[in-house]
Design a protein around this ligand. Structure first.
Ligand code: ATP
Length: 348
């Protein structure tokens, strides 16, 4: 079956007002499965919004192809693409009430009156805003305005819904609530969602698939858990969750890290280069601290975080993060033997 959306080797360069150029997208390819929730994740300026805008038809790629259900849409004008975008700013019409805002796009499409009414009503019900249909945007909270923007896009029944940092204007608590709401909407409508965010927790919580961007390129795509557990590069390991990064020299019996010592092959999951310089990524939950036996580290900080202890431990010149159960009884100045349950070799 064709993907709902396919991006093939798309590049985009912008001329900057300063007289230079920016490569916003470099040879980007991505497949988005029908009815899935894909998150484009990366730091500010890495090209996520540019990709979304290319798919929406608001930017023209320099090269490459964009396909919707197997058909090229590169030359299809914005208003004819069966994709809709929800912007960070919501972009609601201030002089129209909620229902009018939702109905507007349907009127532009010249749908029959009763169809407009029923689609507007069901979109408002989906986002639970029926009661507020007569209000103007200025009489709504940020979260409610966000729902109107969503209802407006959903009412159009797009094949793909593009969401550009839709939750970034909301406070943390509201954002978590809206994340669940968006997941629910995606499941209920079975519309393909593509959401841009720079918040890795948001990406992990929402995406069936996460595409990690680094400086104009997609560096890894996969299920959140898969990308978290098997980061391909140092950047991905560091950006998605927390990681201890150790640079060492590889040999047949493990990796030697200056100031730490030898990391035996048994501590490492996955493949390791046979020789040469190599970077290891170790998640804090994969660091083991043992107070019995011969020590190689010292606890320098202990914080209680969400049911666990977040421990900083010094080993030689390295300051490592570890997450251990709160009943481990560790305290500052304790001597510990530091070992790893799962260290992964990553590309630089
Ligand atoms: P953010 O999370 O901050 O929105 P982003 O990952 O979405 O960032 P883009 O908005 O896609 O990043 O921008 C990618 C790069 O392209 C940036 O360096 C940006 O300055 C540049 N850029 C984007 N649009 C233009 C434009 N119209 N003209 C010139 N440069 C642009």
């Amino acid at each position: 079956m064709a993907s709902a959306l396919s991006v093939r080797q798309v590049s985009k360069t912008f001329a900057t007002p300063e007289g230079g150029t920016v490569q916003a997208l470099i040879d980007v390819s991505l497949d988005v499965e029908d009815g899935s929730f894909t998150v484009l994740l990366g730091p500010s300026g890495c090209g996520k919004t540019t990709l979304l805008r290319c798919v929406a038809g608001l930017e023209t790629p320099d090269c490459g192809e964009i396909l919707l259900r197997g058909e090229r849409i590169d030359d299809v004008p914005v208003w004819k693409r069966r994709v809709n975008t929800v912007f960070q700013s919501y972009a609601l019409f201030p002089h129209m009430n909620v229902a009018q805002n939702v109905a507007f796009g349907l009127q532009m499409d010249r749908l029959p009156k009763d169809e407009i009414q029923s689609r507007t009503a069901s979109a408002l019900a989906m986002v639970r805003l029926e009661e507020l249909a007569k209000r103007r945007p200025s009489q709504l909270s940020g979260g409610q305005q966000q729902r109107v923007a969503l209802a407006r896009a959903l009412a159009k029944r797009p094949e793909v819904l593009l969401l550009d940092e839709p939750l970034s204007a909301l406070d943390l608590k509201l954002r978590r609530g809206m994340q669940e709401e968006l997941k629910r909407l995606q499941r209920e409508t079975n519309i393909t969602f593509v959401l841009v965010t720079h918040d890795q927790e948001e990406a992990m919580a929402m995406g069936d698939q996460v595409a990690v961007f680094d400086a104009g390129r997609i560096v890894q795509v996969g299920a959140p858990q898969e990308v978290y557990s098997n980061p391909r590069t140092r950047f991905v390991a560091d950006f998605l969750g927390e990681a201890n990064l150790l640079v060492g020299q590889s040999s047949s019996d493990g990796i030697t890290v200056t100031g730490f010592g030898r990391i035996p092959a048994a501590w490492i999951t996955g493949s390791v280069p046979k020789s040469g310089s190599c970077t290891l990524a170790v998640r804090p939950e994969h660091v083991t601290l043992d107070t019995t036996g011969s020590s190689n580290g010292e606890v320098v900080d202990v914080t209680f975080v969400g049911g666990d202890l977040h421990v900083r431990v010094r080993v030689g010149e390295h300051l490592l993060s570890a997450r251990v159960p709160s009943d481990s009884g560790l305290k500052v100045s304790d001597s510990v033997a530091v070992s790893f349950r799962a260290a992964k070799a990553v590309e630089d």
